[in-house]
Design a protein around this ligand. Structure first.
Ligand SMILES: [Zn+2]
Length: 270
């Protein structure tokens, strides 16, 4: 009677045993759930890596694809956007009025095919951030690298680094070169001493550096801003005209109307 062939690949009995043992160890590791947050990954069970058996009986590890998604989600959550994967879906965006349906379908179409740039202008609190985040979520889950730049916070951080040129360049490069970039609230500033809230020359310079690089390299960029398209051009023509050119056909301007600000709904004015 022939021996059951457990070694079809012609390896020595010893190396086969070692491989089988390594596989057992790898399986044990791969069946143990981890505790990483931000995204639920069936592939690595939230450990962030996959264990692989080696012929010599050892184990090697390989980073799981979900780490790319996790890093983006962590970055976005650290910047104040919560529960991106679970809550910031297109379905969760309520579109009852005509203008809501129009902006929603525009965002959904862009998320499917990120050609050119996406620009949401105007009215604060109208759901611009929700829709832009839903686009990012969609691209993240499709495996793209998405970076999130909450303008007001990041611009003051970058300006505060004027003496640390290396770190400043590193941060700016991250935004300039990301596969997809979402700039939230472009040109939003705090109030200056004189009560004005116009972007400064330094703000405008940094905006141009990022926008121009992405313009030249045709990198998909999502921008939300309370400024109108005309105001973008008035603030700085070089940056504004590039944004408008790239976002042609994907620009949504939400008129300033307090009824469209969900944060004000139910507020009684006396
Ligand atoms: Zn994973």
């Amino acid at each position: 009677m022939g021996k059951l062939n457990l070694n079809p690949f012609g390896m020595s009995e010893q190396s086969f045993d070692q491989l089988a043992f390594a596989k057992m160890k790898a399986d044990t590791i791969n069946n143990t759930p981890g505790d990483l947050t931000g995204y639920d990954c069936p592939k690595c069970r939230n450990r962030g890596f996959i264990a692989l058996e080696k012929e010599d009986g050892g184990i090697s590890t390989q980073e799981c694809d979900c780490m790319k998604i996790r890093r983006c989600v962590w970055e976005m959550e650290k910047s104040g956007l919560k529960n991106i994967i679970r809550e910031k879906t297109f379905d969760a965006f309520t579109a009852t009025e005509g203008w809501q349906k129009a902006v929603k379908s525009g965002a959904v179409a862009y998320a499917e095919k990120t050609e050119g740039w996406l620009l949401f202008c105007g009215q604060s609190g109208s759901g611009k951030t929700h829709l832009c985040t839903a686009v990012c979520r969609h691209r993240l889950l499709a495996g793209d690298e998405v970076r999130y730049m909450p303008w007001r916070d990041k611009i003051s951080e970058i300006k505060g680094m004027s003496l640390d040129n290396e770190r400043r360049a590193e941060i700016l490069n991250g935004y300039k070169k990301a596969q997809i970039l979402y700039i939230d609230d472009l040109y939003k500033t705090g109030k200056a001493a004189d009560g004005s809230s116009n972007p400064t020359g330094a703000d405008i310079g940094i905006a141009f550096e990022i926008i121009n690089h992405r313009y030249i390299n045709h990198l998909p960029t999502i921008i939300s801003t309370e400024k109108t398209a005309q105001e973008l051009v008035d603030i700085d023509e070089a940056t504004g005209s590039r944004i408008i050119e790239m976002a042609e056909g994907h620009t949504y301007s939400i008129a300033r109307d307090t009824k469209r600000n969900y944060r004000l709904r139910g507020v009684v004015t006396v």
